[in-house]
Design a protein around this ligand. Structure first.
Ligand SMILES: [Zn+2]
Length: 296
């Protein structure tokens, strides 16, 4: 189960290649009212240029109004996709330099500076009740072969002790069917968003041939991200810490789950959504296809 911790929770395919090597320039996007205002003011464009100069690379900056994840990024071959909370639009040069250092993967000092900056600017983070954030999302749980609601409930119940607390406020749903060419080079089987506390499971797993236990293993992994959600705040720590890995191995049959994944990864990479659907589950007409990426 290869992962790229530096760029989020990614379940890679067997090819070992980066998830994305797409370098096509996209227009700079902003999110939320704060983002739109920033875009108008040109502050985002300035920050994008500044980061590009510090990283000696092209940067595609996306300003967010997130409530939890303040910094996230994905490094392509010659393009960095960076998502920053709008608090960084007003950061001083020194903070931006440390931000670039952090993105390059260097230095504890950079992490400490960013943690401090986020702490000082907490008041800029909007407060929205969790249920309001989740209400906007389409989260179908009934699939053709598997019911995520049941698998989620049993996983939460069986592993409450390992998860450290009763799981509350976490929602689950099948991911929208991604529009990608097949065979994929990689596949993200599960994700967790600390902002919305939502777990999403890839619809390729909604097949009768996929053992329930395997889906429960993916859910368990994402629930551990919920337990260690503090590590996702600024991404200044490792998202799969030693303690995370230790707890992950308390899942009965984790070796079997890994073996199953290795044996079936090519099959999953070739998965296509069924053309005909019965209106149920993640493929139903009622489901909303959302383009937004959930960075855990
Ligand atoms: Zn993970």
């Amino acid at each position: 189960m290869g992962r790229l911790p530096s760029s989020g929770d990614r379940w890679k395919g067997a090819t070992g290649e980066p998830l994305k090597t797409v370098v096509k320039r996209r227009p700079r996007k902003t999110q939320g009212r704060a983002g739109r205002e920033a875009h108008r003011s040109g502050a985002a464009a300035r920050l994008e240029r500044q980061l590009g100069a510090l990283l000696y690379a092209e940067v595609d900056l996306y300003i967010t109004d997130n409530t939890y994840t303040m910094i996230s990024f994905q490094r392509g071959l010659d393009l960095w996709r960076v998502r920053l909370h709008h608090m960084f639009l007003e950061a001083e040069r020194g903070v931006i330099e440390q931000l670039a250092a952090y993105l390059r993967g260097s230095g504890r000092e950079a992490s400490a500076t960013l943690d401090r900056y986020i702490q000082l600017n907490r008041y800029r983070i909007r407060r929205v009740a969790l249920r309001h954030r989740q209400k906007k999302l389409a989260l179908p749980t009934a699939g053709r072969s598997h019911d995520l609601r049941l698998l989620f409930a049993s996983t939460c119940r069986d592993y409450e002790e390992v998860l450290g607390e009763p799981v509350e406020g976490v929602a689950i749903g099948w991911s929208p069917v991604p529009r990608v060419s097949v065979p994929r080079r990689s596949i993200k089987l599960g994700s967790y968003s600390a902002d919305t506390q939502v777990i999403r499971i890839h619809p390729a797993l909604d097949q009768a041939e996929v053992p329930e236990r395997f889906i429960r293993w993916i859910i368990f992994h994402e629930l551990l991200h919920h337990r260690f959600r503090q590590d996702l705040r600024a991404r200044t720590g490792c998202v799969h810490s030693a303690e995370f890995r230790r707890l992950e191995r308390t899942f009965p049959g984790w070796r079997t789950a890994l073996r199953w994944e290795q044996r079936h990864i090519d099959w999953l990479l070739c998965w296509r959504p069924p053309e005909e659907h019965d209106g149920m589950g993640p493929l139903g007409r009622g489901s909303t296809v959302r383009a937004a990426r959930v960075l855990p």
